[in-house]
Design a protein. Sequence first.
Length: 98
Amino acid sequence: MNDQARRLAWTKVFSALASEPRLQIVELLAQQTVRCQEIQSLLQLSQPAISYHLTKLEQAGVLQKERQGTRNCYRLQEGVANLVRLITEEGKEKWITP
């Protein structure tokens, strides 16, 4: 992947993350693989809203959907998981100004 393609891919990722519900989903997925129903109950959003946000994240390459029996489960793509770990563990959000 050349530099321009890599920047375009990251642009899609950051655009998808520019939403509070989607950031909440990413925070959940940073800890473990989560079923769609668990996301819905934890965030207290409607099923259509959860589906919309999950689709946006999946299209941007942020997460991956896995089928486990009759349930859809989601996990972060490795590159995004590494970014989340870097920001939350090393950055301690010092780079965010109030």
